[in-house]
Design a binder for this molecule. Structure first.
Ligand code: ATP
Length: 251
């Protein structure tokens, strides 16, 4: 088991964002976390990545409790995420954005003088090579020197994923990666998630694009008003009465 979420609750003042939510993810799965706006999906990501502590419950990652850990310790253990809104360094190049994801000091522009010793030069080369490997995976290698803000919207979203991949995650949390994408960009995203899965990385996906979710996920967890209302294969979820009423809508 990669991740075990055990009876997680979170309340913000008077708002109960999550109530006793439990689910688990096995190695290599792509799991969808779905539900209407305000259901608690992003809050669950914030619990897993320790942006906020849960009010109660526990999360176990690869057999280790995440209780009390700081966000950077969670990243180090192998959990990385993207955010609903694009958070790139828009004035840095595509490659530099990925290098930042690798928690490395930049080697170009104003940062060049930081790398002085031979050892540092070797480290720099490794980080550059790693960044380019990742850019190749996400299909942005030819844009490595492009300033991030000059990429198309779909490319910027892929760069966000590249940056998360730079920390070598075992579990990747994607928060609405298809939001605002056109059909071609969504198809490219499908191919990219498939590729990430083939690399052995487990994926937890928040997404409102149901055709994409149904195509890519082997299992779905459905939240509504902070509670888990269903869990199962895409087929079983699509025909689940409670999910249809709460989220998918009646045809
Ligand atoms: P969406 O699909 O719109 O992104 P979501 O399922 O991700 O929705 P959350 O963002 O997790 O939902 O929000 C769940 C509830 O918790 C909402 O009522 C939200 O207002 C509340 N909430 C989330 N974060 C905070 C916070 N930091 N402080 C106060 N309330 C919060």
């Amino acid at each position: 088991m990669v991740l075990e979420v055990k009876k997680i609750s979170k309340n913000f003042g008077g708002i109960q964002a999550l109530t006793d939510v439990s689910f688990s993810i096995e190695q290599g799965e792509v799991i969808g976390l779905i539900g209407p706006n305000g259901a608690g999906k992003t809050t669950m990501f914030n619990m897993i990545t320790a942006m906020f502590p849960p009010s109660s419950g526990e999360i176990i990652f690869m057999g280790k409790s995440l209780s009390g850990l700081k966000p950077h310790e969670i990243t180090k253990l192998g959990i990385c995420r993207t955010f609903q809104n694009i958070r790139l360094f828009s004035d840095l190049t595509v490659r530099e954005n990925v290098m930042v994801g690798n928690h490395c000091r930049l080697t170009t522009g104003v940062w060049q003088s930081v790398f002085r010793t031979k050892h540092q030069k070797q480290e720099e080369k490794k980080v550059l090579e790693k960044a380019d490997e990742i850019l190749e995976i996400v299909g942005l290698l030819e844009h490595s020197q492009t300033i991030a803000k000059n990429l198309s919207y779909g490319q910027q979203r892929r760069l966000e994923i590249a940056r998360a991949l730079a920390s070598d995650p075992k579990l990747l949390l994607l928060d609405e990666p298809a939001a605002g994408m056109n059909e071609k960009e969504t198809n490219d995203l499908f191919d990219l998630i498939t590729k990430i899965k083939s690399l052995g990385i487990t994926v937890l996906l928040i997404e409102h694009d149901m055709p994409l979710v149904m195509r890519i996920c082997s299992r779905l967890v459905v939240l509504n008003f902070g509670e888990k209302i269903a869990e199962g294969t895409p087929d079983s979820i699509q025909t689940n009465k409670e999910v249809i009423e709460a989220y998918l809508g009646v045809e």
